[in-house]
Structures are given as structure tokens and as C-alpha cells.
Design a binder for this molecule. Structure first.
Ligand SMILES: Nc1ncnc2c1ncn2[C@@H]1O[C@H](COP(=O)(O)OP(=O)(O)O)[C@@H](O)[C@H]1O
Ligand SMILES: [Mg+2]
Length: 315
């Protein structure tokens, strides 16, 4: 697998008064063989950022590279970044058998015997009965379908995988087993994976590193244990406070990541730090913190870091 790198990525939808900058100046590295969890409330730009890596959202500025190669340069037909989506019911063609869906993404040049053997291997890898290769997806549950979607992604022999809210549509009782599968695959295959969820409890269970996104900006990054034990950005602290689940306590996963305050209008983001209107250490609480309304804080480049003028006083 290869390093996936987003450098100064901005993504704008529409133009004129309807223009919306969904991602702004995002820097994010997914080191080869590690899982980076991308977390943030709904609408923060997580999917937009991820989809740009496979050309599904418009890269307005910046570059995205895989193993040092610009993703826009990949020749047609080569799909080294595979994406697994949220909805397990729309991601598989209902007329194709599971084996056909999985083998569709295989590299060319494999014989029929090799393809069937590879389908069996992949089904076993995701803990499904290989005898089910000839079943249609309608016979499968949501959790089983996400396993198939993962098998299909792996079948393409990708250099990196993006998983976008892959457990969000599943029953809580099934989420844990899919997350366990992701962890298990990571251990066995050293996946390079960008794992997206609005739920910090989900992200922290599978990730080596965490990136926190707020209104199109990455506001904190770091190793998962550092970010969880010593969150620097006040938004990360709020996310943590509203996600009381203990590390590894899968049965307790809930959707507690949402914060009560109304998010700002993304068409007209707040000046300076976009989080300032709802920040507990911003100008609302500390009138002398005027810099928050005038200067957009930058994310320091190295290590565990937060884009906040007063991050040090946040902890
Ligand atoms: N195709 C699109 N056209 C216009 N705006 C979009 C489009 N997709 C997403 N957006 C907007 O971009 C912002 C980020 O959305 P999204 O990337 O889906 O966030 P997330 O995945 O974090 O929930 C939201 O304000 C959303 O309404
Ligand atoms: Mg999304």
C-alpha cells in the first residue's frame, strides 16, 4: 500500500452567491499501512474531501497524491484508491451475484478458475461463507453487504481504501462486528485507510491517527491516543465530552457526537476562526480574544497539533 496525501486542498461547489467552499486548505497524510480516522459533524466536509481523491468532487486548489503520484494522473481503468460508501443497499448491483460484484473489480488477465478462487478467498477474509458467492445481494443483510463491499474494494488490489461512514447505516448491534472486521483486516493486511465517521467513538476504535474537521477546516490532528487523552482544540474537546463511550466499548456506541449549538451557515462562514461563535474559550467568553474573529488559525505542520489561537489554554 502507499501513502495518501492531501496538500492544501480546497474544494468549492457552485459559483457566485451560491458558492460554497466545502473544504479549505486541508493538509492530511495517511501514512502507508495506517488508518487515519476523519471525524466531524455532518456537513463539515469529510465526504467532499475524501471523494476528491477519486475524482468525485471538484479539486479547486491543492494536490492529492498516492505514493507520490498525483491522483489526477491515473490512467483510465486504474483504480488504486477504492472507496466504500455508507449505504449498503445502493452500493451493490441487485442483478449481479455477490461473486460477480466482487470479481468485477479484479485486475485483468485472471482465468475463470483464478477468479472463483479469489472470490472465495475474499469472502473468507471478510468472514462470509464462500458458498454464498452465487447468491444475490437481496439475500444479504446490511452488515453482510458492507462486508461484501469491503471484499470488493480489496479485490481491486488497491493502494489505499477510503471508508465513508460504512457503519452509519447499520444497526448498532452489527456496527461492532464490521468495525472488528476493519481492525482485523488492518492487522492482517496493513491497510492504508482513511476511515470517516461523524462519530468519534467509531473512529477511535479503528484508527492509528485522528483528524478532526470543522466547517471545511482540519482543526486537529494527532495519534489517536494523544488526541483522545489530551485534546487541544475546543471543538475536539466538545466532541469527546459528547461521546462518553470508553475505548473499545463497542456495545455502547451511540450517535452522541452531535453538539447542540446550531452550526453556522456554510455559505457565509464566520470570519477568523470558523468555530469562534460557539467556542467556549473564544471571544464570547473572553472579550479580549479578538484575534479569533480576525485571523484564521493555521494547523501546525508536525505531530499532535490544533488550529486554535488559544489551544494551550484549552486543555
Ligand atoms: N454536490 C454538492 N453540491 C453542493 N454542495 C455540496 C455537495 N456535496 C456536499 N455539499 C455541501 O458541502 C458541505 C460538506 O458536505 P459533506 O462533504 O457531505 O460533509 P460531511 O461528509 O462531513 O457530512 C455541506 O455544506 C454540503 O451541503
Ligand atoms: Mg459524509
Amino acid at each position: 500500500m502507499s501513502e495518501l496525501r492531501f496538500a492544501d486542498v480546497s474544494i468549492r461547489y457552485g459559483s457566485g452567491r451560491n458558492a460554497l467552499t466545502a473544504v479549505r486548505g486541508a493538509d492530511l497524510v495517511i501514512p502507508s499501512g495506517s488508518v487515519v480516522g476523519l471525524v466531524g459533524e455532518s456537513g463539515s466536509g469529510k465526504s467532499t474531501l475524501a471523494r476528491a481523491a477519486i475524482g468525485l468532487s471538484p479539486l479547486t486548489e491543492g494536490t492529492i497524491t498516492l505514493g507520490g503520484e498525483d491522483v489526477r494522473g491515473f490512467r483510465r481503468g486504474r483504480r488504486p484508491i477504492q472507496m466504500v460508501f455508507q449505504d449498503p443497499y445502493s452500493s451493490l448491483d441487485p442483478r449481479m451475484t455477490i461473486g460477480e460484484s466482487i470479481s468485477e473489480a479484479f485486475p485483468r488477465g485472471m482465468s475463470g478458475v483464478q477468479r472463483r478462487a479469489e472470490v472465495r478467498r475474499l469472502l473468507e477474509l471478510v468472514n462470509l461463507d464462500p458458498e454464498r458467492a452465487d447468491d444475490l445481494p437481496s439475500a444479504m443483510s446490511g452488515g453482510q453487504r458492507q462486508r461484501i463491499a469491503l471484499a470488493r474494494a480489496l479485490g481491486a488490489r488497491p493502494d489505499a481504501i477510503i471508508a465513508d461512514e460504512i457503519t452509519s447505516a447499520l444497526d448498532v448491534s452489527v456496527q461492532g462486528s464490521v468495525l472488528n472486521l476493519v481492525r482485523d483486516l488492518q492487522t492482517r493486511l496493513s491497510l492504508t485507510m482513511l476511515f470517516i465517521s461523524h462519530n468519534l467513538s467509531v473512529v477511535r476504535y479503528v484508527s492509528d491517527f485522528v483528524a478532526v474537521m470543522y466547517m471545511g477546516r482540519i482543526v486537529e490532528v494527532g495519534e489517536v491516543d494523544q488526541v483522545l487523552s489530551d485534546p487541544q482544540h475546543p471543538y475536539t474537546q466538545e466532541l469527546l465530552a459528547s461521546a462518553p463511550t470508553r475505548h473499545g466499548d463497542l456495545l455502547a456506541i451511540d450517535d452522541g457526537a452531535a453538539i447542540d449549538t446550531e452550526p453556522a451557515d456554510p455559505h457565509d462562514p464566520p470570519s477568523g476562526c470558523r468555530f469562534h461563535p460557539r467556542c467556549p474559550i473564544g471571544p464570547l467568553m473572553f472579550p479580549d480574544h479578538t484575534v479569533c474573529t480576525t485571523e484564521e488559525p493555521v494547523l501546525p505542520a508536525a505531530g499532535h497539533a490544533a488550529a486554535c489561537h488559544f489551544a494551550a489554554s484549552a486543555s
